[in-house]
Design a protein around this ligand. Structure first.
Ligand SMILES: C[S@@+](CC[C@H](N)C(=O)[O-])C[C@H]1O[C@@H](n2cnc3c(N)ncnc32)[C@H](O)[C@@H]1O
Length: 270
């Protein structure tokens, strides 16, 4: 049973999607292009969030192709542009709801499997849903490397690290794996995919910028849990103020884009 910590019913979800889209959509679009994406492809965008990448895939595959955008709670993607008939949005739980077999040319999921305790089972399901030769692109954070790159003083850096550590502990308690980014390629190999590659992207996030806002919404949405874990209200207030200070700079979450192909049956060793 999934216990997604940052569920989309919270008002912070829209801030999360705009931070992710601003910082990572250009990276994801480049990685999607590198799969060979072409008009006519049949694509699945899993856990599509705000829907931006699914809509972009729809433009790239054109009316001869097909894009299905899924989410366990698609309310934010419903606010998107009027979609053409070849792009559909589905309420769908990737853990439990039916998925067709041998169907997709490309499946993409960004920051979805990281949150799912059943991530290895879901990975197997995604592989089965690909047509032989089809491509899987999973993009996941490695939350274990977000060093403070500049800070007004040592206490500020220590505060950031303490609050982040408390958040990661909550994320783990909910069944997520904050280090999944460094494990995903190995898991894809274990699931039988071939032609595996991984590319990692990170950038600096200064206070007041669009990227660091992700920390702000994540901490706001989990504030009650963090308080229960010993983070105080003055610390939460100071943390939010720090995120607005341009002299405070952190490394973004590194995004690992892992790509692989489902082998053709004749290529599978006996
Ligand atoms: C961190 S957000 C990422 C959204 C989007 N992929 C992006 O990168 O901008 C994770 C998304 O996965 C969705 N999600 C969580 N559990 C899911 C499940 N079991 N099946 C489908 N979607 C799920 C959430 O509702 C949320 O929209």
């Amino acid at each position: 049973m999934s216990r997604y910590l940052f569920d989309n019913s919270a008002p912070q979800a829209s801030g999360r999607f705009s931070a992710l889209e601003t910082c990572y959509d250009p990276v994801s679009r480049r990685q999607l292009e590198l799969t060979g994406l072409a008009p006519g492809w049949r694509c699945l965008e899993v856990g599509g969030g705000g829907g931006s990448l699914g809509d972009w895939l729809g433009e790239r595959v054109g009316p001869d192709g097909e894009v299905t955008i899924t989410d366990i709670d698609p309310r934010w993607a419903e606010h998107g542009p009027q979609r053409p008939p070849h792009v559909r949005l589905l309420r769908h739980d990737i853990v439990t709801d039916p998925l067709p077999h041998d169907t997709y040319d490309l499946i993409h999921a960004r920051l979805v499997l990281l949150h799912l305790p059943e991530r290895l089972r879901v990975l197997d399901r995604l592989v089965t849903a690909l047509r032989p030769g089809g491509r899987l692109l999973l993009e996941e954070f490695d939350c274990g490397w977000t060093p403070v790159l500049a800070a007004p003083d040592e206490a500020s850096a220590a505060l950031f690290e303490r609050v982040e550590a408390a958040l990661h502990s909550q994320v783990e308690k909910a069944g997520a794996d904050p280090l999944w980014g460094r494990r995903v390629l190995g898991a894809m190999a274990g699931a039988g995919l071939t032609d595996l590659t991984a590319t990692t992207y990170a950038e600096s996030w200064p206070g007041g910028g669009p990227g660091i806002a992700l920390h702000g919404v994540n901490i706001k949405q989990t504030a009650d849990r963090l308080r229960a874990d010993g983070i105080t209200d003055p610390e939460l207030t100071a943390f939010q103020a720090l995120l607005q200070d341009p002299t405070f700079v952190v490394n973004s979450y590194p995004l690992i884009s892992a790509h692989g192909r489902r082998p053709h049956p004749e290529a599978t060793p006996r």
